[in-house]
Design a protein around this ligand. Sequence first.
Ligand code: IFM
Length: 455
Amino acid sequence: MRSTSVDAARLPRLPSEFLWGASTAAYQIEGAADEDGRGTSIWDSFTRRPGTVRDGHTGDVACDHYHRFDEDVSLMRRLGLDAYRFSISWPRILPSGAGKVEPRGLDFYDRLVDALLDAGIEPTPTLFHWDLPQALEDEGGWLNRATADRFAAYAAVAAERLGDRVKRWITLNEPFVHMSLGYSLGVHAPGRTLMLGALPVAHHQLLGHGLATAALRAAVPDARVLIANNCTPVRLRSDARSDEDSAAATAYDALHNRLFNDPILLGSYPDLSHYDMTDPSWGGVVREGDLDTISAPLDGLGVNYYNPTWVTAPTDPAAGLPFDLTEPQEPYQRTTCDWPVVPDGLTELLTGLKSRYGKALPPVWITENGCAQPIGSHDQARIEYLAGHIDAVARAVARGVDVRGYFTWSLLDNFEWAEGYHQRFGLVEVDFATQLRTPRASFEWYRSLIAHQRS
Ligand code: IFM
């Protein structure tokens, strides 16, 4: 590993109890798709449809973490992680989504949790990171309100088995992204193209979050429950002039951020009249009592941050959306996903959450942040990305935002959804032909950062 020019010791010191972690997700790393009674997930079905994923890649083997988790926990121990955020595969535990429990699936997470605890790492599972059991998709997926009840029942099964050792739980990962890419645009599973017809998916996921929160608290009285929302500061280009541009920003913010944060933190939906949604019940989707369930107190808000979003007024009103997505004028560095690298967007996001929600904002954990970089590069860009974003978190903390931890995305190179194995987000490089794990320079850098912050 090469030494680096960004000295981890020069970053501001975060509070001593600040938690340092790394994140992954089941379908992206586990593999073992047909083992030990695992049911089919929507990603198994989607990846089999021609043209959905670059080069026809699938998560069938992925990082083979199901068989190699001991080696991966050793890597985490070397890093000195306080916590590891992984996700539980719903179809591994309930192959049909509901009803019969597969004990071998639960056994796997039992072994993983024990290995983490032995290594002094706090297990932090997410219950839903997009791999819905196909059997539930066949009944409408998250368009079907019953999926929210099924989700709570699954949460209870997981909590009853693991809750003696697992105390921090995350219900959903990025419900905005699952709704928009999976149900509006069709570039993720389940591949529906409903555009605004996907909005019930937002409500049913949020209802599932609320019901699962209650189930977790019933099974694990000292549980700490979070949700991981993908949040983005919404920016206008510096040449934006019109009120229409500002209205576009407000509309996009409502859809991406407020739709998923307001009901949880304030118990209400944002103004969606830009989307012709004036009926507060969304045509009967939102029922009496739902918002009380959704807004049950949380122990923390998980924030996944990658970059700001630039919008302008729509050029084609007939397209049906009240904004256009656009590109910034500034020549930001780009990741291999072509995402601009904008660390100060994270400070803006965190301070913006504090001013928007005030006392209603619980402590925040950054539950994902990281970047894809070219394979074989010397990894300097990833180190600079991490340093810039951790510094941005420290700036928000200095401005009074209660941020309690940072989980980088990701521990390992993994299956990056529609991009297959082409985007490399890992602190650890994975050779998918041999499964050889090779820590990158950013691994060593993150290790030294954690050691320094603790010293
Ligand atoms: O890989 C994904 C992850 O599953 C969810 N958040 C964004 C990451 C990078 O695209």
